[in-house]
Design a protein around this ligand. Structure first.
Ligand SMILES: [Zn+2]
Length: 82
């Protein structure tokens, strides 16, 4: 029996729609790229992406940021000290 996180829009707080910043590796797809062809499974990066969920459109948006986060970005960590 699965006990995953529920995707329930009812009762969602404002923080559920907050922008989340994640680091991801990307592959450029170039045949002669040493980074992507060096046997690593990761590729370039990590680069920062901002994920934002729009409750109006009921979908999540992904926005490329870059190698560095803007200085004014607050990271909401999931270290579970609740
Ligand atoms: Zn590459």
């Amino acid at each position: 029996m699965k006990t995953g996180p529920k995707l329930n829009t009812y009762g969602a707080t404002e923080s559920d729609y907050a922008t989340t910043y994640l680091q991801e590796y990307v592959r450029c797809g170039k045949a002669n790229c040493q980074t992507c062809s060096a046997g690593t499974e990761q590729g370039h990066g990590p680069y920062w992406y901002a994920y934002h969920y729009s409750p109006a459109l009921k979908r999540r948006f992904k926005k490329y940021i870059g190698k560095k986060l803007p200085a004014n970005v607050e990271l909401s960590s999931h270290d579970g000290n609740s």
